[in-house]
Ligand binder design. Structure first.
Ligand code: ATP
Length: 139
């Protein structure tokens, strides 16, 4: 069965939205397999965001992601990688459709990095890679 790595990012955690995100995941029907509140280390973020290294938003992204705790979750269910990304909505919370996590709960705060509440794996390969970063014990 497919698994995906979901993060409630520091903005979502600070705003007390972890429960709301978990509620939507469970209401959709996916299973929670692992759950942790943790402040990301520089090493975890360098690995997690390796594909974005060198992009203009990389430094602000890593700074933002290390600014406080995240709620890290492994979810499970057929199609949950694409399914969670549909629940999350578009990367830009201004464009994200109402009904999605980012569309309902996010907005543009005028910052260099899009603070868009959640992360979700985008492929089976990234899911396996990301689960190993945040939950090495599941590997
Ligand atoms: P995630 O991987 O976090 O689910 P995503 O796949 O929708 O988001 P990516 O393109 O992988 O988006 O970018 C990773 C994160 O970097 C985004 O979620 C957002 O926080 C930030 N980001 C992406 N593009 C920009 C941009 N053009 N300007 C500012 N921040 C950005």
């Amino acid at each position: 069965i497919e698994r995906s790595l979901v993060l409630v990012k520091p903005d979502g955690y600070r705003r007390g939205l972890s429960g709301e995100v978990l509620r939507r995941i469970e209401a959709k029907g996916y299973t929670l397999v692992a759950l942790a509140v943790t402040t990301p280390t520089a090493e975890q973020l360098a690995t997690h965001y390796a594909e974005h290294e060198g992009k203009p938003f990389y430094e602000p992204l890593v700074e933002f992601m290390s600014s406080g705790p995240v709620t890290a979750v492994v979810i499970e269910g057929h199609g949950c990688i694409a399914g969670f990304r549909a629940l999350a909505g578009a990367t830009d919370p201004t464009a994200a459709l109402p009904g999605t996590i980012r569309g309902d709960l996010g907005r543009d705060w005028g910052l260099k990095v899009q603070q868009n509440i959640v992360h979700g794996s985008d492929s089976p390969e990234s899911s396996a890679r990301e689960i190993a970063i945040w939950f090495p014990e599941l590997g």
